[in-house]
Design a protein around this ligand. Sequence first.
Ligand SMILES: O=C(O)CCC(=O)C(=O)O
Ligand SMILES: [Fe+2]
Length: 351
Amino acid sequence: MADQEIPPPSQLVPLNFASVQTHVPESHLWPNVKELSAAVKLDKRVSLPLIDLVNDDASELLGRACEEWGMFQLINHGVSQTLIEEAEEETRRLFTLPAAQKMKTLRSPGSLTATGYGMAGISKYHPKLMWHEGFTIIGSPINEAKKLWPNDYKRFCDVMEEYQRQMKGLGERIIRLILKFLGISEEEMMKLLTSTDESIGKPYMALRLNSYPPCPDPGQVMGLAAHTDTSLCTILHQVRSNGLQIFKDGTGWVPLSPMSGTLVVNVGDLLHILSNGRFTSILHRVMIQENKEHRFSLAYFYDPPGDIYISPYCKPLSDTPQFPLYRSVNVKEYFAIKAKKMGSGLPAIKI
Ligand SMILES: O=C(O)CCC(=O)C(=O)O
Ligand SMILES: [Fe+2]
């Protein structure tokens, strides 16, 4: 029965990476990776802000980091190290399953609100495929976990549900502090942060587990091509290995190594819109490393529900009049615009 759910090979599906021993298939050879890598400022020490969430000035520090970088690292974030390690372990357990097993949970292409295995949404904008496979979780992953581990699915579900619960709580704390910095009132905040209630649209909050398998020719493949996240903010846990790079205006591409005990948080397009362009929706990408390690990461996209409207916040009574740079847009609509515009949604809603 389950085999019938496996799609035909013509569909855009992740490669069976375990079967690649020596030669990277043509479909995954990017002609320009060497140039892209050469542009990286390895000598630049990234002094990405490191923010203590329990600091009395956290709101100010987060706001300044969003303005200057669109990204920061967080300590004292309150998410237990044990849970993070369990989530890492379950992620590894999932991606090291045989390819045919993972394919049983393939998400329908283009689906934004389904749980399952597949390629990153940005894959369809590039002529070459990426050295990446993902597993997106929205709500409970129980139906898919049962297909992966018919007799042993509970552990994965328990860990991933608890991880999402804690990330959602953390996301809300971060967003509240950032909105406070912008001068947004509690009442307005509540409208935005209303829980993932079906009455205001489908939940778009998602946890994406990312896997970048070891590659025989890392200099010719792309892990995850440059993109901005659509979210309000993304909370990223990099599992030890290097590869993440961020684009800093005035500097260029710089690597961002994982730092134990911290979580990386970045501004997404929705927060850029809400801040009326004040906060940077930071461009980032993942390059495959020479060290033949299997790299994993866990990205939690903190999003309002689909029917919530995001409008640029222009400070009332400010000395200099402020005008909205973007039209107001609801979450569901913005996701659709971004998909239609090849991953570059902001220009489409510019006033
Ligand atoms: O793997 C990483 O470090 C980054 C992942 C990412 O950018 C994403 O999932 O949107
Ligand atoms: Fe991202």
